[in-house]
Design a protein around this ligand. Structure first.
Ligand code: KIV
Ligand code: ZN
Length: 516
């Protein structure tokens, strides 16, 4: 008979800062990661996987910084089944109030033969030694068989049993390549619950990738079969097609309690805030029809739907927008609002900025209110996110003046500050955006190729702020930058410069990784 867990509580393990950051172009700076970690903690996630400390000095510092800041959630660091990885993870997690080491090794025939070139017995021995070593640092140890969904059942059971015997308290089963189908993945979890004799001494977790668009369905099937932790990311960010989306997992369990009688600790009213922050920081724009957090997720366009909605919201609405933190666009303030009112508004929106950041944000709010009659909550969010995104930038846009229109040439006069030095130039181009980007290249020469330039409006109206995303690529390193302003060209310059700043961080990271 299958064992079933006593509790209906499902832990939410967020890996936006680790697996999410592994998606090409999604790299984040330390201050951006800290801000996201704060929002995740406020939201009530149980575990924050903060990074892979052995991967680079930057990753190590991010895990250490988050470990130092986060108080309620467990902070987790990833490590391969190597002593050096585990030591480095433990060192990064030293100051955490609650820490977890997550160690993994592949168990599928394909991975063992071609990637690891190790036999089953070698892998099994590494499982025991890595978990035992990690337990020397903390009694909260998670073990994952990478490519678990394509592993042979007998060998998987043997490794899971030994990992638990060696002290693993969470066993995470990944569908690393997003290959599983819900019935199959649920059956895999049920098989482990049935066959592994000491399974009741660990929490079963799942970690599903979305290559076939089934990450959320697979995760929910696993929960029905006994898993009590789900690994997921905000907006489904992650390698290739991404990971299971946190917001979809949590809202599915909340909305369909009749079929999914489980609880999580997530305060769902923080979902939109977290989604927008992750999108602003990574430059990964959320598709409009994305479930839960897309711009159209709660929009009812057709006449029939609108008519029904007016009579009774539940005719077409299965969740209330306010449950995910979507409030009606409220008018915030205008240009006469003072510093005090601005600070109060930020507090109400969940921001507690330090004096300098508050001063910068207030100055930008005043500039915005001068240009834009009505300032909405969304504008304030874009503005504050922009401050977070730009906090440690070495290159900044000081001044931009554009001449454009039907009579060319389109010209950009630009002043940048580079490490505190002002540099100015004038450049022409095929259109104002081209002229602006050429001016940036003149002032800060670089070889990076522009892969993507994308503009979207933060709110409606012709005076809306433009949010621009720029993707650059240099020697296989991809970065995305963002910029917001009522002037699309200023937003474009800020986005390009933000991407360049991220490239500089990446260059430094790879130099320090090479010399480590
Ligand atoms: O997808 C995967 O298998 C992983 C493991 C490290 C858990 O990310
Ligand atoms: Zn993964």
């Amino acid at each position: 008979m299958s064992k079933s867990p006593n509790s209906s509580y499902v832990k939410i393990f967020d890996t936006t800062l680790r697996d999410g950051e592994q998606s090409p172009g999604a790299s984040m700076t330390l201050s951006e990661k800290l801000r996201i970690a704060e929002v995740l903690e406020e939201m009530g996630v149980d575990v924050i996987e903060a990074g892979f400390p052995i991967a680079s000095n930057g990753d190590f510092e991010s895990v250490a910084g988050i470990a130092h800041t986060v108080k309620k959630a467990v902070v987790c660091g990833l490590a391969r089944a190597h002593k050096g990885d585990i030591d480095r993870a433990a060192e990064a997690l030293q100051s955490a109030a609650r820490k977890r080491i997550h160690t993994f090794i592949s168990t599928s025939p394909l991975h063992m033969k071609y990637k690891l070139q190790m036999s089953q017995d070698d892998v099994h021995a590494a499982v025991i030694s890595s978990v035992t070593h990690a337990r020397g640092y903390t009694d909260d140890v998670e073990w994952s068989p990478e490519d678990g969904s394509r592993s042979e059942h007998d060998f998987l059971c043997r490794c899971v049993e030994s990992a638990i015997k060696a002290g693993a308290t969470t066993i995470n089963i990944p569908d690393t390549v997003g290959y599983a189908i819900p019935e199959e993945f649920g059956a895999l979890i049920a098989m482990l619950m049935n066959r592994v004799p000491n399974i009741d001494r660990a929490v079963i977790s799942v970690h599903c990738h979305n290559d076939l668009g089934l990450a959320v369905a697979n995760s929910l099937a696993a929960v029905k079969a006994g898993a009590r932790q789900v690994e997921c990311t905000i907006n489904g960010l992650g390698e290739r097609a991404g990971n299971a989306a946190l917001e979809e997992i949590v809202m599915a369990m909340r909305t369909r309690k009749d079929l999914l009688p489980f609880e999580t600790g997530v305060d769902t009213t923080h979902i939109i805030r977290a989604s927008r922050l992750v999108s602003a920081v990574t430059g990964f724009v959320v598709q409009p029809n994305k479930a839960i957090v897309g711009a159209n997720a709660f929009a009812h366009e057709s006449g029939i739907h609108q008519h029904g909605m007016l009579k009774h919201a539940q005719t077409y609405e299965i969740m209330r927008p306010e449950d995910v933190g979507l409030t009606k666009s409220t008018l915030v303030m205008g240009k006469h609002s003072g510093r005090h009112a601005f600070r109060e508004k930020l507090k109400e929106m969940g921001f507690d900025l330090g004096e300098n950041a508050l001063e910068d944000a207030f100055r930008r709010f005043k500039d915005l209110a001068d240009k834009k009659k009505e300032v909405f909550d969304e504008d304030i969010l874009a503005l504050v996110d922009d401050e977070v995104v730009r906090a440690n930038d070495r290159i900044r846009v000081e001044r931009l003046r554009i001449a454009c229109g039907t009579e060319g040439p389109q010209t950009a006069e630009l002043t940048l500050s580079v490490d505190g030095d002002s540099r100015s130039t004038t450049a022409t181009g095929d259109g104002p955006v081209d002229a602006t980007f050429r001016a940036i290249r003149d002032l800060f020469p670089h070889e990076a190729k522009l892969l993507l330039y994308q503009v979207h409006a933060v709110t409606g109206g012709t005076d809306a702020q433009a949010e621009v995303t720029v993707r650059l690529e240099e020697q296989g390193r991809t970065v995305q930058g963002q910029g917001a302003d009522t002037d699309t060209l200023v937003a474009s310059a800020r986005a390009y410069v933000n991407a360049l700043n991220k490239l500089l961080v990446k260059r430094e990271k790879s130099v320090s990784a090479m010399s480590a």
